[in-house]
Design a protein around this ligand. Structure first.
Ligand SMILES: [Fe+2]
Length: 128
């Protein structure tokens, strides 16, 4: 079983990944409405990636026989000042997630939960 402190934090992270997915749908919709189809397509694809990250975490917890608690999420930003702002929001979000992922790896290591630490390695690489 993964360490309970790690399980709590990973359940929290599932919400952040779904939140990132929703933000990228909002970004994609904004660009679609601005007739910027390549930026729209980029963010629609990113939204699916983030959803997949959340589902990888759900699967890990189930495989490890830990409790899955799907969190609620905050509404994403849907209005932007100009066509640059959604990219700024995305970059800030990714930097924030990198910090969260590193913190998850740290909790796993602190508690001697090496399976969970190894599970986080994929995400550390992905965030680069
Ligand atoms: Fe992610």
């Amino acid at each position: 079983m993964p360490d309970p402190a790690f399980v709590d934090k990973l359940n929290e992270q599932i919400g952040y990944e779904f939140g990132a997915s929703q933000q990228y749908v909002a970004n994609a919709v904004y660009y679609d409405n601005e007739t910027l189809p390549r930026l729209a397509a980029f963010f629609y694809a990113q939204a699916i990636e983030e959803r997949n990250h959340a589902m990888m975490m759900v699967q890990y917890l189930m495989d490890a026989d830990a409790e899955v608690v799907i969190p609620g999420i905050e509404a994403p930003r849907s209005s932007f000042a100009d066509i640059v702002e959604p990219v700024v929001v995305a970059l800030e979000q990714e930097k924030r997630v990198s910090g969260q992922i590193n913190a998850l790896a740290a909790v796993a290591r602190e508690h001697g939960d090496y399976s969970s630490e190894q599970f986080m390695q994929w995400f550390i690489k992905e965030q680069i």
